[in-house]
Design a protein around this ligand. Structure first.
Ligand code: CLF
Ligand code: SF4
Length: 519
């Protein structure tokens, strides 16, 4: 494509995985099937659990491949790949690749050299930044020279950083060996369909081997190349995540089949993301009024696929130049005008020492969760309840209700606390004053939750939340999330048993209203 070289920029020596390793990746079902049993791996537990050591090494500090790691470790993207070779109906080329980004934000495009400088600047400022991803703003494999040159430079100057790639998959079969040679251990492919009839509704055209293919013909080529690329990657021991955009009425039901297809080809993780669509994005779907799914519809589909394989639920659809923990965006601190002349002190030992401290905190968190879970031993209740949590990272309840831009949602049961998603909300506290409209938005976003766990909350929103049947809880301020959520659940079950409160199923928001007031 675009006249760029088809061969790798450099060849690096790599170890080939054993076929046994490949089987471990393909066969692993992971935490998502084990709830809060504590044996979990990618979704909710912090320990190695049932994962093979070599896979655990790859995911333990990758914030996207490990839900638990995302509380502690950061990623960054460099926007070195402007071109694309397909058209998605949810994409407007003015913005970043919507397969990894929400529409409406545009990244500053970088050369590989600028990108390498930026990585060093970020790595020396944010020592828990462990992963460098290339995710656009177009498709990385439609820009192979820039993509692989960037990886080459970073592998030389910042060898402790994991390399990650996100692609639409069209050129993947041609690039798998290059990806392997560059030690890129994590690849995301966006697969929205395996049925070309459905694909034709998502992709108006595909540009392949100097020819533009439209409709079913184009979608068929894309699907075959994606699945072939996935198989080739997993055969080589590369961990693959599949992203799928859930488009109600187009591919929502079909994604269950996609889930089976990618699982059978060895995908490690499936990330079903909501379509974000608005007329102002100027996309085909935005202009034709195609809606995205509600948080509840998304959760139902993710739950439905969960028995098949690990489901990612903590994706933030971040932009192609995102920097920081998932959910936070520090990209404005690292624009080219701020970093190009900056002295960078990239010290591996300092980074390592910092990350060791992070691991200590993480293990303390796991131990606290386990201890709390043991207090539920013998509890036979089949109650399940959702709670929303205000956090700014480190796995603690450390955010003021009024400052939260999103709430993390946990499903609580006798199996423990399981992360099931996040809800973006408008900032309630605008310049120190609560805004009633914003509070309504927050309540709508979390009205399937029995409680909201916060570091602090004012008297006025507290009362309004209680009227909506959502209990504001600030007694676990600064404590670990999962430990506190389990403690909350134990008290909740006790109160239901004594009749102090009425249990309301998560889907019954209307009944929830007034439940606390009546109690
Ligand atoms: Fe970036 Fe993607 Fe790698 Fe993560 S993001 S290339 S796998 S390092 Fe992560 Fe961002 Fe979701 Fe992507 S939260 S959009 S899944
Ligand atoms: Fe846009 Fe990404 Fe699709 Fe290309 S692959 S059209 S950049 S969303």
């Amino acid at each position: 494509m675009q006249g760029v070289a088809q061969q790798p920029v450099v060849q690096l020596t790599v170890l080939q995985p054993s076929s046994e390793t490949m089987q471990k990746i393909a066969g692993h079902k992971g935490c998502a099937t084990q709830g809060g049993s504590g044996k979990a791996s990618c979704g909710s537990g912090a320990g190695q659990g049932d994962l093979a050591p070599e896979i655990w090494e790859k995911i333990k500090n990758h914030p996207c491949y490990s839900e638990e790691a995302h509380h502690h470790y950061a990623r960054m993207h460099v926007a070195v790949a402007p071109a694309c070779n397909i058209q998605c109906n949810y994409c407007n080329r003015k913005y970043d690749c919507a397969n990894e980004s929400r529409p409406g934000v545009v990244s500053e495009k970088l050369t590989p050299e600028q990108a390498a400088k930026k990585v060093l600047a970020v790595a020396s400022t944010i020592p828990q930044m462990t992963v460098l991803g290339i995710a656009g703003p177009g498709d990385p494999l439609a820009n192979p020279a820039k993509t692989f040159k960037t990886f080459e430079l970073i592998a030389k100057t910042a060898p402790d950083i994991k390399l990650c790639l996100s692609t639409n998959g069209l050129m993947l079969p041609d690039r798998v060996d290059t990806i392997k040679n560059f030690n890129v251990d994590h690849v995301t492919i966006t697969i929205n369909m395996t049925d070309p009839e459905i694909g034709a509704k998502i992709y108006p055209w595909v540009y392949y081997k100097h020819k533009r293919y439209t409709g079913v013909e184009g979608a068929k080529i894309l699907s075959e190349r994606q699945l072939q690329g996935l198989e080739m990657l997993t055969e080589r021991g590369i961990l693959c995540k599949v992203n799928s955009v859930m488009i109600p009425g187009v591919n929502d039901k079909h994604l269950v089949e996609v889930n089976r297809a990618v699982k059978s080809r060895g995908a490690f993780l499936h990330n079903i993301m909501p379509l974000i669509s608005a007329p102002e994005h100027g996309t085909v779907f935005g202009l034709t009024g195609q809606r995205g799914p509600s948080a509840q519809e998304l959760k139902a589909l993710q739950d439905g696929c969960e028995g098949e394989m690990n489901m990612m639920r903590h994706c933030r659809q971040c932009r192609a130049d995102a920097v920081g923990l998932l959910g936070e965006d520090r990209s404005a601190e690292f624009t080219t005008d701020k970093i190009m002349d900056r002295e960078v002190d990239y010290d591996l030992e300092t980074r390592k020492a910092y990350q060791e401290k992070v691991e200590e905190e993480r293990q303390a968190k796991v131990a606290a969760k386990q201890a709390e879970l043991e207090t539920l031993a013998g509890e036979r209740s089949d109650i399940k309840v959702l709670v929303a949590v205000a956090t700014k990272g480190s796995g603690r309840i450390n955010e003021h209700f009024g400052h939260a831009k999103e709430f993390q949602v946990y499903e609580l049961s006798t199996a423990g606390a399981k992360f099931v998603g996040h809800r973006r909300v408008d900032l309630y506290c605008q310049g120190g004053y609560g805004e009633e409209d914003s509070l309504d938005t927050v309540i709508r976003a979390i009205n399937d939750c029995a409680a909201v766990l916060v570091a602090k909350i004012g008297g006025c929103p507290k009362e309004t939340l209680r009227k909506a049947g959502i209990e504001p809880v600030d007694k676990y301020a600064l404590e670990f999330i999962e430990q506190s959520a389990i403690a909350y659940f134990r008290e909740y079950v006790e109160k239901v048993k004594t009749g102090e409160i009425q249990h309301v199923e998560p889907g019954d928001a209307a009944i929830r209203q007034g439940a606390l007031v009546a109690a």
